[in-house]
Design a binder for this molecule. Sequence first.
Ligand code: TYC
Length: 103
Amino acid sequence: MPDKDVTLKPRLKTVPKVERPRLYKVILLNDDYTPRDFVVIVLKAVFRIGPETSYRIMMTAHQKGSCVVAVFTRDIAETKAKEATDLAKEAGFPLMFTTEPEE
Ligand code: TYC
């Protein structure tokens, strides 16, 4: 059949497009001044992470320079990163948490 005689049937079903919100990593950065114990306290308090995991995350940042703490929607990631960074600032430490979108 030649092309001009082809008739296209409209699609009857619509395909719903529901996109999941982009997720953001909260990243703990190493520094030379914040005590290790304080980093663990902040991880436990702000991110509700258990003591062993908090210690492991702290040591990873200490040895490698940074460590992903957790992944959240953008709002929650930014709020938690700020809360944790502010806690350290109030205590006089330069500890920093940043956020970045997941690939
Ligand atoms: N490097 C710090 C020290 O030796 C401890 C530390 C660990 C600080 C992890 C920040 O994200 C950090 N006192």
